[in-house]
Design a binder for this molecule. Structure first.
Ligand code: PLP
Length: 432
């Protein structure tokens, strides 16, 4: 009945998440509130972990893409679930360190790592850099030399695949701020350079084709382009890649219109395809990595708000205002993302009030969702937005000087605070 199996309605007619009445959580912690289902995060990790082991072997490793959601408790869970991580900034690295995460399985991304980032990552023993371009390669080499070490790296390659048309070598995708493109010869050039660079150890290659992908074919295409590239490098430069990171991007269900996607089956198909192609090219199968973000945490999250003003404009539309908005969830404002919105306090009534659910900021683009069929709320009802575990907390801002909401985890031992909400004092903490 609901888009995910951790959502239900209890005997009081209230929405429950991971079996917990969300109106009680809202009363206990206040709103807006990010809620995360710890067991769903673990379940998602295990889907990847088990599929990798089953299809790609013991050596293969899923990495959690930190940018989807980054706070200490998550890295503790990744340690327990034996999942690698990718990180994109010193802030994400520092958070992982503070959580006791072992950085040997951390991969450092970004198309523009600053000299400070590079130095910070090397001095903290980051496992791998995913190097974007030659300029960066030189900067890493220099810093590794300063710190008298040899840095493991993968190179980020742009395979030129549009995941939503499956078109290979489409110029549009070569034209990207990320990575070095095969088509332009820059991928071979950076590989040549990396192999000659003294304080760099080249371990393999990385690609990432996009996000919210519900098919396996785009990954076949990317995998094939990358294996062909690995074969070319082997032939021309005598180097055979030990690792191949195929990026993130599997889709999640935000609404009923999104398909149910079988990650295990997709990884199974991908592995059969990759093994066959590697064999045909005379290559050893490299250690396979993937770096899902959204599909690990999105459906483990929900955001709770309190309904305020309900405004009916006769002849136009109706607005339901909530006590959060674009500061805690900018995704509709950014890219018109779909979400399912429910009146958590009245789950057994008819959802026949068509409205826009909007935030409290001075910005007409501050919209959570338009054309929502909702049970008409009364002031004080709890409004739930589903599937907000990815790219909500991590994208939150303090626009209009609104504090970021707390993150509450639902685990086997009950509900607990993972991130405190920001107070008014927190808001002025850095003002001089
Ligand atoms: C965003 C991103 C990911 C994660 O993508 P999801 O869609 O959240 O799975 C992985 N790798 C890279 C390089 C990314 O930019």
């Amino acid at each position: 009945m609901f888009i995910c199996d951790n959502i239900s309605v209890n005997e009081k007619g209230n929405l429950a998440f991971a079996g917990k009445d969300v109106t009680e959580l809202a009363a206990k912690y206040g709103t807006p509130l990010y809620v995360m289902d710890e067991n769903k995060i673990r379940e998602n990790c295990r889907i990847y972990k088990n599929a990798f082991k089953k299809y790609f072997g013991e050596n293969a490793l899923p990495l959690f893409a930190s940018k989807a959601a980054s706070f200490k408790r998550l890295y503790e869970i990744m340690t327990e679930e034996k999942i690698g991580i990718d990180v994109v900034s010193s802030g994400e690295i520092f958070t992982a360190i503070k959580a006791g995460y072992n950085l040997k399985n951390a991969y450092f991304h970004s198309n523009n790592k600053t000299d400070e980032d590079i130095s910070f990552a090397i001095s903290n023993g980051i496992g791998y850099f995913v190097v974007d371009n030659i300029e960066e390669l030189i900067a890493i080499d220099k810093e590794a030399e300063n710190q008298k070490t040899v840095q493991n790296v993968l190179l980020r390659i742009t395979p030129g695949i549009d995941p939503h048309t499956f078109e290979a070598i489409s110029t549009g995708k070569v034209d990207s701020k990320f990575g070095s493109a095969i088509e332009t010869g820059q991928a071979l050039e950076i590989t040549t350079q990396a192999l000659k660079t003294k304080n760099i150890k080249l371990c393999g290659f990385h690609c990432h084709i996009g996000s919210q992908i519900f098919e396996t074919e785009p990954f076949f295409k990317a995998g094939l382009v990358m294996l062909d590239f690995i074969a070319e490098v082997k032939e021309k430069l005598g180097f055979e890649a030990l690792q191949l990171n195929l990026g993130g991007g599997y889709g999640v269900r935000y609404t009923e219109n999104d398909p149910v996607f079988d990650i295990d089956a997709s990884i199974g198909e991908l592995s059969r395809f990759m093994k066959e192609k590697a064999l045909a090219l005379g290559l050893n199968m490299p250690k396979i990595l993937m770096e899902p973000g959204r599909s690990i945490v999105a459906n483990a999250g929900m955001t709770l708000y309190t309904a305020g003003t309900v405004k009916i404009i006769p002849g136009f539309k109706s607005y339901v205002s909530i006590d959060g908005g674009m500061p805690d969830n900018p995704r509709y404002a950014l890219y018109k993302s779909s979400y399912t919105v429910l009146n958590a306090s009245k789950m057994n009534e008819k959802a026949d009030f068509n409205c826009s659910v909007v935030g409290r900021c001075c910005e007409s683009g501050d919209i959570i969702q338009e054309n929502v069929p909702l049970v008409k709320p009364e002031r004080g009802d709890i409004i739930a937005v589903l599937t907000t575990g990815a790219y909500n907390y991590s994208m939150a801002s303090n626009y209009n000087r609104i504090g970021k909401p707390p993150v509450v985890m639902l685990g086997d031992s009950g509900d607990y605070l993972a991130v405190k909400g920001e107070s008014l004092e927190d808001i002025v903490r850095n003002d001089i």
